[in-house]
Design a protein around this ligand. Structure first.
Ligand code: SF4
Ligand code: SF4
Length: 164
């Protein structure tokens, strides 16, 4: 797994042109069953891939924190939201709250998330490969294939399964 993760940026770069062409076509003419296909590909992939052997998203990028995330997690720590923000977050160039540093402070050495039950929505949904109208997040997905082995495999499987 680690070797695959290390090679992902290069693999994703090599596939970028092919992926861009594929997603451009997908956006123009998404198959009627796309939501169903994505659900199936996502489930198949996560039966094989164990996030606890990876945690590359937590190690390299980290999520955006919505106001709801901040309130929920601050409450979990019995902190005031502003105190939580001052301790762990910063505002990025898009004006979103993000982690002050990566790997994420809440990631354990065993790859477990210490705030799993209250983790940000973006963490719970990552890599978003089972979301509806998947064609709408193609730019994000093309970035995610460089950090997430599951997203990489799912996009490769999509290209085999969907003839455009
Ligand atoms: S979501 Fe992707 S990058 Fe994150 S731990 Fe799972 S396989 Fe790894
Ligand atoms: S909050 Fe948890 S799931 Fe989200 S990046 Fe940090 S360790 Fe990973």
């Amino acid at each position: 797994m680690q070797e695959f993760i290390n090679n992902l940026p290069k693999l994703a770069k090599d596939k970028h042109k092919e992926n861009k062409t594929f997603f451009t076509k997908l956006k123009k003419k998404p198959p009627k069953q796309l939501d169903y296909i994505m659900q199936e590909l996502h489930e198949e992939e996560f039966e094989r891939t164990d996030c606890l052997e990876c945690a590359n998203c937590c190690k390299t990028t980290g999520p955006l924190f919505t106001n709801k995330d901040v309130e929920r997690i601050a409450k979990y720590f019995k902190m005031k939201p502003q105190q939580f923000i001052d301790t762990y977050l910063r505002i990025d160039e898009d004006n979103d709250y993000v982690l002050q540093s990566v790997p994420c402070t809440f990631l354990g050495a065993d790859n477990y998330c210490s705030i799993y039950d209250v983790r940000p929505k973006a963490c719970a949904e990552f890599p978003h490969t089972d979301r509806k109208k998947f064609q709408q997040i193609s730019n994000l997905t093309m970035k995610n294939v460089a950090i997430c082995p599951a997203a990489y495999n799912i996009v490769e499987a999509m290209k085999k399964r969907i003839n455009l």
